[in-house]
Write a protein that binds this ligand. Structure first.
Ligand SMILES: Nc1nc2c(ncn2[C@@H]2O[C@H](COP(=O)(O)OP(=O)(O)OP(=O)(O)O)[C@@H](O)[C@H]2O)c(=O)[nH]1
Ligand SMILES: [K+]
Ligand SMILES: [Mg+2]
Length: 548
């Protein structure tokens, strides 16, 4: 029996599915008002009047709340969640496990009529105990005909995946059983089939997941390699959202400092150093954002695949290597130089990392127009590579094409420092089987390289290990380090935040500095799904299938 990971047995579940909904509190409802000593917000030792204290406390405690400010409302009044209200009380149902014949299929419902539907299908007056698997006979409510003996799980809201009342039917996976149960559910008043991603959308709207977690869930469903799965799980655990919320809090604090200074600084009511403190924190945040952005492409590569391009002079064995790594005959191999003309790409899982592997034409000059076009395409593809697999024939290192390749491609990538280039290069000397065992090895003046024979397979393990290390550097290791930015959307908002902070110059103009902080904070809020994100929701939820 498969226990569905979508179920959420306890509120602080270990999968981190529960995220406190950013609620809008009125000042009078906020706990800080009940006991102001709970969280001393600032060092305001020399505060002469009580008004700034209340004011600052409000601002620090209620970052996204609707706040009516004492004088000149400067803190923006943003509604916390950008989600649409969930589907107007309809109860949705769908097959949530994969299509086709299987041992067990999971059908679930979400919405206020879930309990009613469960009672009707099990012909029982009572609901089963919450969050326990119970064996029940399901029958068609119209004909009374038995459909299946199934496990049913009842998740009363809000402790469910969507936050609404949910039911899961674990039925036998035959197509007739599944369609029978789906039809039976469709006959219950108030129930309708779910649309793609609708369960997750409701979870988002009810504050069960934030936007980066929704993206993590979509990626987890689509993860094809180990590393992708690990990255998606970390994002689903809310690590990126957590980081952004921490940053947004820093900005809120700084904003409160600056605004307090605008309103009360001149009255000499604030202690010294309030602005300086804000300055220090903003600068530290800029450094952190910069570091994350430098990493930015790694998470995206891990999500969509790193570009690995095999290049070298003709006949080095490039196509042989591509076929070996992809374990299928992607490219034609022949003793004739200039066999490969077009760029041939194939997705492969290399040591747990998703890779788009490209075979290219051998690089040489003075050839006919067709091969020339192949060489041009090869060079173009080389520019887009995250990792270059540079290949030479170990028995042919003295040839003009080998020397030329070493002097141009290998030398130029090797000369760039790792920091100013995102491209990496592995030099592979193929056809090691042709080297005589007693004879001298390859030229001693060569850059670091690996020996390989595509013919015998010797050196392949070493190459795979080297590839694993290189790809970990290219994609980032999803099990360690800070959470990666997996989408261009994340990068866009972090860059926007950083750009806004470059206008933060409190020594020049305090009002503009405050505005810069607000814009910067807005980007962070939108990254996790707060404030005006409606238009991107559709894009994100399109990634889901029906039943998720
Ligand atoms: N002895 C030996 N021959 C090899 C090895 N790898 C490839 N070859 C042979 O070298 C020849 C060229 O191999 P390809 O894989 O077509 O080389 P390529 O670099 O793709 O060639 P082009 O597409 O023409 O640039 C073929 O006859 C292969 O069988 C190896 O490790 N040892
Ligand atoms: K060839
Ligand atoms: Mg080839």
């Amino acid at each position: 029996i498969v226990h569905s990971p979508s179920a959420e047995p306890t509120s602080g579940s270990p999968s981190g599915l529960t995220v406190p909904n950013p609620v809008t509190l009125r000042p009078s409802e906020h706990p800080i008002y009940a006991s102001p000593s709970r969280r001393p917000p600032l060092h305001l030792g020399h505060l002469a009047i009580i008004k700034p204290l209340v004011y600052l406390t409000l601002r620090l405690s209620l970052p996204d709340a609707l706040i009516r400010l004492p004088s000149g409302s400067r803190l923006c009044t943003r509604r916390s969640s950008g989600a649409a209200a969930p589907g107007s009380g309809a109860t949705i149902f769908a097959l949530s496990s994969g299509q086709g014949r299987c041992g067990i299929a999971v059908i679930r419902t979400s919405g206020p009529s879930s309990g009613h539907a469960l009672r009707i299908l099990t012909a029982a007056g009572d609901l089963p105990p919450a969050r326990h698997a119970s064996l029940r006979l399901l029958s068609d409510p119209r004909s009374g005909e038995p459909l299946d003996r199934a496990l049913v799980l009842w998740f009363p809201g809000p402790r469910s995946f969507t936050g609404e009342d949910c039911v899961e039917f674990h039925v036998h996976g035959g197509p007739a059983v599944v369609s029978g149960v789906l039809q039976a559910l469709g006959s219950v008043p108030g129930l309708r089939p779910a649309e793609a991603g609708e369960f997750t959308r409701r979870a988002f709207a009810n504050g069960k997941l934030n936007l980066t977690e929704v993206e993590g869930l979509a990626d987890l469903i689509h993860a094809e390699t180990e590393a992708q799965r690990r990255q998606a799980l970390r994002q689903l655990d809310g690590e990126l959202g957590h980081l952004c919320r921490g940053w947004a809090e820093t900005l809120t604090k700084a904003l409160a400092h600056v605004e307090a200074y605008i309103d009360f600084g001149e009255d000499d009511n604030l202690e010294e150093g309030v602005l300086e403190q804000a300055d220090i924190e903003v600068r530290a945040l800029e450094v952190a954002l910069g570091a994350h952005l430098r990493d930015a492409r790694r998470g995206q590569r891990l999500r969509s695949g790193a570009h690995v391009v095999v290049t070298g002079p003709p006949n080095a064995g490039k196509s042989s290597l591509v076929n070996l790594l992809s374990r299928k005959p992607v490219s034609i191999v022949s003793p004739e130089p200039g066999t490969t003309r077009d760029v041939l790409e194939t997705p492969v899982d290399l040591a747990g990392f998703p890779v788009l592997l490209s075979d290219t034409a051998g690089l040489r000059e003075g050839v006919g127009p067709v091969e020339q076009e192949g060489v041009r395409r090869a060079r173009e593809r080389l520019e887009q590579a995250d990792l270059i697999l540079a290949m030479l024939d170990a028995s042919d290192l003295a040839s003009p094409s080998s020397c030329n390749f070493l002097a141009t491609v290998v030398a130029s990538v090797g000369a760039r420092s790792p920091s100013d280039s995102s491209q990496r290069l592995l030099l592979v000397l193929n056809k090691s089987d042709l080297l005589s065992p007693e004879g001298p090895g390859p030229r001693p003046d060569l850059p670091p390289h690996l020996l390989l024979s595509c013919l015998t397979g010797e050196g392949l393990d070493g190459l795979l290990e080297a590839l694993r290390k290189e790809l970990a550097a290219v994609c980032g290791d999803p099990s360690t380090g800070s959470p990666l930015l997996t989408r261009a959307r994340h990068q866009h908002h972090l860059q926007g935040c950083l750009d806004a902070l470059s206008h933060y110059k409190p020594s020049k103009d305090l009002a503009l500095a405050a505005e810069a902080l607000r814009v910067a904070r807005g980007h962070l809020t939108r990254l996790t799904g707060g404030g005006g994100t409606e238009e991107i929701l559709d894009i994100i939820f399109r990634d889901f299938c029906v039943g998720k």
